[in-house]
Design a protein around this ligand. Structure first.
Ligand code: GLU
Ligand code: ZN
Length: 297
């Protein structure tokens, strides 16, 4: 698909642990796509969930990006400094009558696989105790063209009314990501396939907030060979080595359809990245939700 400039992309890690091979793959796809379109590439640290943060991991992530040759433009944006903007947008939605308070306990929602059936939809006054705020979603489909995965269609009612502010008063990822993608004028989002359902929610939230919508591309997630689960900080995927980035950088390129001349093994990180930008074709990524972890040694 053609991409017309100006292009602004981003990588938006949560600082819940160091980068691993799976996050290298998504960071790299987003970086190469931006640079191949002469675009800007921004980094945003999504540090709005202190209980899930690991001290020091934001700096480790930035260090890994630098060592792997992905140099960002401008200043890193920290979401923990953006709560005023989230509150402002939340109040705009409240005034429009699009949010409602939910007091459901975890126990009440057990077994629903994260799809909220609207128990509290008719609540109008704000409860005394703790409550979350949910966005009332209509029963309508969200349709978009994914630049890797093709046409996507998702019924909003199958995802349920989602939370924008949590019971513990923290702002939810769905709200923060939409507010900041708009604030940073992100034109192209390239991220992991695990966020596909979130994209439908975000497209809807962007439409009610009156934001311009970025183009989306969802890269297959890397799965662990023994369990078939997505590599993640939660299942203790090995942190990226910071001293010798080249072997894994080359492996990550292969996974997203950039084949390197083997002699490039003797090149610097910068030369490998340069090769990647030059040979980047988003259509060379396989159209799949996941790819098994290749042998890393
Ligand atoms: N912070 C999210 C994560 O690390 C990604 C957000 C995004 O790319 O939209 O899973
Ligand atoms: Zn409820």
């Amino acid at each position: 698909m053609d991409v017309t400039p100006p292009y602004t992309g981003r990588f938006a890690p949560s600082p819940s642990g160091p980068l691993h091979f799976g996050s290298l793959v998504t960071a790299l796809a987003s970086y190469l796509d931006a640079r191949a379109h002469q675009g800007q590439w921004l980094v945003r640290i999504e540090d709005i969930d202190p209980p899930r943060e690991q001290p020091g991991s934001a700096l480790l992530i930035l260090k890994a990006l630098e060592n792997y040759g992905m140099i960002w433009d401008g200043e890193v944006l920290y979401q923990s400094l953006r709560t005023g903007a989230y509150q402002h947008e939340l109040e705009r939605l409240l005034k429009q009558g699009l949010l409602y308070p939910c007091t459901c306990t975890r126990k009440r929602l057990a077994g629903l696989a994260g799809v909220y059936p609207g128990y509290c939809r008719s609540k109008t006054s704000m409860p005394q105790g703790p409550y979350s705020l949910r966005l009332q979603c209509p029963d309508q489909p969200v349709v978009f063209e994914d630049r890797i995965q093709g046409r996507q269609e998702q019924q909003l009612s199958a995802l349920g009314d989602f939370i924008l502010r949590r019971k513990d008063n923290l702002y939810a990822y769905q709200l923060a990501v939409c507010v900041d993608d708009a604030f940073q004028k992100i034109s192209h989002v390239v991220r992991g396939y695990d966020l596909m359902d979130s994209t439908s929610k975000q497209l809807y939230l962007q439409s009610v907030l009156g934001y311009r919508q970025p183009a989306y591309a969802h890269v297959p997630v890397i799965t662990a060979n023994n369990t078939g689960e997505k590599l993640s900080k939660q299942n203790h995927a090995a942190p990226l080595p910071l001293d010798e980035p080249r072997p894994l950088l080359i492996k990550a390129m292969n996974v997203i359809g950039v084949d390197l001349d083997i002699s490039l093994n003797h090149c610097s990180v910068e030369e490998i990245i340069h090769w990647g930008v030059k040979h980047w074709r988003i259509n060379n990524i396989i159209q799949s939700s996941s790819i098994p972890l290749p042998p890393l040694s």
